[in-house]
Design a protein around this ligand. Sequence first.
Ligand code: ZN
Length: 409
Amino acid sequence: MTQLPLRAQLASALGRSAATLSRMTGRGDGSVIGGRVGLLLEPDLLRKLARDRKLALVSATNGKTTTTRLITSALLELGEVATNAFGANMPAGHVSALSQHKRAPYGVLEVDEKYLPEVLDTTGAGVVCLMNLSRDQMDRAAEIWLLAQKWRRALSGKPTHVIANCDDPLVTWGASTAAKVTWVAGGQRWKEDSWCCPECGGPLDRKDADWACRECTFHRPEPQWVVDDDAAIDPRGQRWLLDIQLPGQANRSNAVMALAVAEAFGLPVEQALPRLREVTSVAGRYTTVERDGRHARLLLAKNPAGWLEAFDVADPQLPIILSVNAQGPDGRDTSWLWDVDYRILRGRPVFVTGQRRLDLALRLDVAEVPFTLCESFNEALAMQPPGRVDVIANYTAFQQIRSEFGRAV
Ligand SMILES: [Zn+2]
């Protein structure tokens, strides 16, 4: 790799020092502050750090942290990989990730949906992985149709190879201006944000996995990769049993996206797949924490689509603790609680906690799901008999539980 210019080297080094200081003083993992310092000194730092590397950008409403991790794990087979493993998914986080692995020939960057156009322009990434778009953080995020439109503009005219989920009509539309697209039939559990054609506004007709606009030519492209229950079918028709450790259908879909990205980097399935099987938890998700004989498995759900994925993973035989907060990173507006169908929880012991426990309690009451209201997570955990329990929490609720149990990764 070519040397960075002196100014960029200095900016990068100072950013790393700031990150170290931030970690030492207990202000977090430092990945954002370090990148901010670097960008302040050298606004063009991200472009310079990205040059000469083979990069993949990963964006979606749900699953981007996990898929970033899976792709990273696979590409380690080829060499050193720079990545923003802890979800710092805006440019400062990208600068920090690339600074920390200056010589890594590969980079896998999770990118906030809104920042994807800017980060793609700046880094010139060769591969972009797009998985799903649905309502999220209702008081902060842009209308998702506008996001998809921005993706279209950003991808148009670039040589980028896009790996996209063709079961999500909005993602398909967002990706379809790209010069080269590999379509993955990754499934779509949450359909409430894609009943209309993004091209003309007409109704979308669905038949099994297939979909097509009734009024224009927009339709589901033919997939090269298919997620078929617990297996991947590759573009040559070969079936691969996934057998990954991360639970649930959403993660099997993430894994197949990762296999398609790995192949775009020249890495065949037989080399990539064993690496995906090594991943057991991602930034604390799916981790089990233990106290007094109670083993609580932590599931993160930040928006309606995420709750459906968490329900798919949760064991119907077990009690379940739900914790909902409404701090900045969660979005202050929790009206989305009304979009989730909680009836699936009927018949399980349900415990409700978090800042917005009363909102959730009302929602469950309307859905006729019996529950126990708890002042805190600790109280809810203490009410469990010894054994296993599932926990679904939104962002800051999840982080609180993690930090209390020593941030098990
Ligand atoms: Zn249409």
